[in-house]
Design a protein around this ligand. Sequence first.
Ligand SMILES: C[S@@+](CC[C@H](N)C(=O)[O-])C[C@H]1O[C@@H](n2cnc3c(N)ncnc32)[C@H](O)[C@@H]1O
Length: 256
Amino acid sequence: MPDGFYETSRALSEYLLFHYGKPDEMLPWDFGQTSALDYPVRCVKECVDTGRIRDDARALDLGCAVGRSTFELARHCTEIIGIDLSESFIHTANQLQKDGQLPYQFAVEGELGQAAVAEVPDGIDRTRVRFEQGDATFLRDGLGLFDVVLMANLLDRLPCPAKCLEQLPGLVATDGQLVIATPCTWLEEYTPKANWLGGSEALGQARTLDTLREILAPDFTLDAEWDLPFLIREHARKYQWSVAQATRWIRLAPTG
Ligand SMILES: C[S@@+](CC[C@H](N)C(=O)[O-])C[C@H]1O[C@@H](n2cnc3c(N)ncnc32)[C@H](O)[C@@H]1O
């Protein structure tokens, strides 16, 4: 990653709050974007079709960060692997897997912070979950097939998102589901313009979803689409409000 942002203590604190923060910790106001809270939970709750999941289902959370969606997938699947490139995030996710909670601080103003505890909700079987450091573009051999693959806010942080997508037919089981959510924030710091999936002059009017369709169409059918707001708190008076485009794709039976 360009400037190592996802290894910094600031990123760790922001993502612990984003994934595990309580509503009054995220928004200490009686107004604000409450519908954008709990994004890592909503990516699973709203986008995964639980009716399609078989009893002994396996799930993969690519770009899992500090793991909230990975744990949420354990409500529906018996084995879940979370993979992220950040050593710091995976170390933290592993601590949460082991202990179920972790004290941390989030920013209030300047150097002032507020103490908080990140907690995996009761009722989630943490033994179903494991985390490993890895590159979503060059996944290791032997991961096997998954009934659910989630990629939340990952694509536009990869140097070559198409290369990551090309691995998916080999990872998603027939009739399995692939959930991709992305705010389509294409930035040259993360992705050379030639590799953007949408929004570059070279692609004309093509948007990210058009390119996703083109890449995934031979192996997946588009099943559902949502606009999912999310909120990342930088400090008490500064937030990033974004709207991810979320899509669910169903793996077709391989031909030939
Ligand atoms: C914008 S964050 C999204 C995290 C999480 N899915 C969420 O929705 O909160 C992007 C994540 O992708 C991870 N990441 C960046 N490049 C990666 C790569 N090549 N392979 C795996 N993870 C990567 C970062 O470390 C970070 O955790």
